[in-house]
Design a protein. Sequence first.
Length: 479
Amino acid sequence: MLLHITYPTLRLFLDGMLLMMTLYAFATFIWHHKLLYAWYGLYLLGMIANLYFNDKAHQLQDQHAPESAVALAQWLEVSIQTVAFIFYIHFARTLLNLRRRDPFSFRLTNYMLFVLATGQLIDSGGLWLGSSAVVTEWRSLLTDLNRYVMAGLTFMIVPRMLRLRDVVSSFFIAGTAFFVGGSILAVTLNLFGFAARIPEQPFSYPLTVMQLGIIIESLLFTIAISFLNRQTEREKIQYQAQLIEQLRENEAKQARLNNLRDEIARDLHDEMGSQLSSISILSQTTTRYVDDERARHRLVIIGQTARQVMDSMREIVWSLNSASDSLQDVGQRIRETATILFEDSPVRLHVSLTADEQPLNLSHRHRRELFLIAKECLTNILRHANAQTVWISLKREPTGLVLRIQDNGRGFDSDRPSSGLGLSNLRLRAERLGATLHIESEPGQGTYVEVVWAACVGANLPVNQSVHPSKAPPIAVVV
């Protein structure tokens, strides 16, 4: 016994299929936030509504309903179909990426959108003006002109889409062909009197053929979307592979650069260091054999200058050495410099450093600027502050890398302009480092300097407590 299916049953089944695809499109849009799925879902929803009002208009005609009711149903069908075609054009442009791949076709689709909107206005105006002979004639003429323009634009854009020649465009064109074929077959059945519309014979309704074409079209569109997603994932994987390869190349370049820096540092230390040391030693020993006081004084100056150059060279060698990239290395260098500066003075040093040994990823220039800021502060304290105690703190904090140097010396009026170069050098070095410099001082109240380098926040370095928390300096309020 053959399964007997009536037209309402088949329509319900086919409408259910289209509705499921529509829900899938909207759910995917909500999940992935891709406009492509929104256009697709709106197009399918519009076609479901168009099929409903198409069927409703024919039912009213078969029931010999008032002409106004039939005209309203037909207007609703055409209006919804126009809106659905607008969504279809947006879907096609997004799916095929016409804006990038074929800008001329993209402009043609803009004209098509304009033509569709104009045609809808003409049809709506004709319905509002009534059904007089003149209105009907002009409405028919303008509608035919609108359709000819739309057909011309379609014939211009289809060959260009065929030239795209990829899987996505092939499925899109095939789906559109099924929809057009179903629509033409439905019109043919109406024109040649095969539209008997018998409920027990579902295919006696031309709308059934048209809806089957839409379903096949939607299936092919879904396949096209899946291929597009697959292609997008492949492109992402290729892009990630390129990024990884570029990262490896950058790491190799950085390793070669570090090797070069280390070679320069060794050459400076071994060659120039030994020669400068020889000059210093010779100047000291030669003074024993010179009786002229002026000559002895000049030899002393030569020795001092050689030792100063050696100190400067050690700083350069340290900044070039790639093994000195940790925060602890920077802190130890500052500690050593402070110890040497204040070893012959009664100043008590309290140094609080982080225990972190992870790389700071600082360039040698940044490390040198940070060190020279600390050295400039310590030198100013030794020369001008007459302090009894100096606190030095270098830590990794949530705000960034923070260097604090404080003394209990004589201080100065920080609001008064200074003619010296010390403060100007500090500000210049902080600017080169990209750090924030804050100086707080009052006469008789000592001086507080804070340098915050916020670029270290993204380095994923842990925040550590100081090595000597009991000796941490009192923290002044930064205004």
